[in-house]
Design a protein around this ligand. Structure first.
Ligand code: ZN
Length: 245
């Protein structure tokens, strides 16, 4: 279905600032017909990560807005972020917001929300080559930690048909992106990279996300804050909505 809305400033339909370092502020022609989004051709590791990350930003925007289904604006956010990451006009943002969340949210297991018997977990395990620095460290209860053992977060979750909280997946994708960037893997054909022995399983990086009703921004401890209280930077601009998608 083709939709038409008025001109807006590009920055108002940019992805959330917690996702990219977008500084472009030109006008974007929102009157252009928007075709139904299709999955782009994924050739390189960079494409692979960028598409997952763009889908993540789309889900984040929808959840932050309390939407039950994706609207046109959310698809634009995904499309713009993916294209920006691909052509180099945008970059995945630093861990600033992720670290801020870690410091401000109640201390709880990031996998189940338990607040007892907490320990430190390496999101990407050290035994697999995960970094031993703060960005890779999260809170985990003893039960989740012992269940996860030396497995990568996505590998562990996929075994139990789970899907991580959006903001946890954001941290994870940033770690994967950083590793691939530092090791010169971004331009590598994905098929080739899948054969490499990496600290994570590239094949598990999601392109398809569960429905919004099954996603959550964060796993909260019981009787804790609700979604609206997450300290989260935004563009500060209300995004246009469209009933057509
Ligand atoms: Zn737990």
């Amino acid at each position: 279905m083709v939709s038409r809305v008025t001109f807006v400033v590009l920055s108002s339909v940019c992805c959330d600032s917690a996702y990219c370092n977008c500084v472009i502020a030109n006008e974007f022609n929102m009157t252009a017909p928007i075709k139904k989004a299709r999955k782009p051709e994924i050739i390189t590791v960079s494409d692979h990560i960028a598409w997952s990350y763009a889908n993540l930003a789309r889900a984040d925007a929808a959840l932050q807005g309390g939407c039950r289904s994706y609207q046109r604006t959310h698809h634009i956010i995904r499309s713009r972020l993916f294209n920006g990451l691909k052509n180099g006009t945008m970059a995945i943002r630093s861990m600033y917001d992720d670290e801020r969340l870690k410091m401000t949210l109640p201390q709880a297991c990031c996998y189940c929300g338990a607040t007892d018997n907490l320990s430190i977990d390496h999101l990407i395990p050290r035994v697999r080559g995960g970094a031993d620095d703060a960005d890779n460290l999260v809170w985990a209860c003893r039960k989740c930690n012992s269940s996860k053992q030396g497995r990568d977060m996505l590998e562990w979750m996929s075994k139990k048909d789970g899907f991580p909280a959006i903001l946890l997946l954001r941290r994870y994708l940033k770690l994967v992106s950083r590793f691939c960037d530092e090791n010169g893997l971004m331009p590598t054909p994905l098929a080739e990279a899948l054969q490499l022995d990496l600290p994570f399983d590239l094949s598990l990086i999601p392109h398809s996300f569960p429905p919004l009703s099954e996603l959550t921004l964060w796993i909260y401890p019981e009787s804790s804050v609700d979604v609206g209280e997450i300290p989260h930077e935004t563009t500060g601009v209300e995004l246009p909505t469209d009933q057509g998608d």
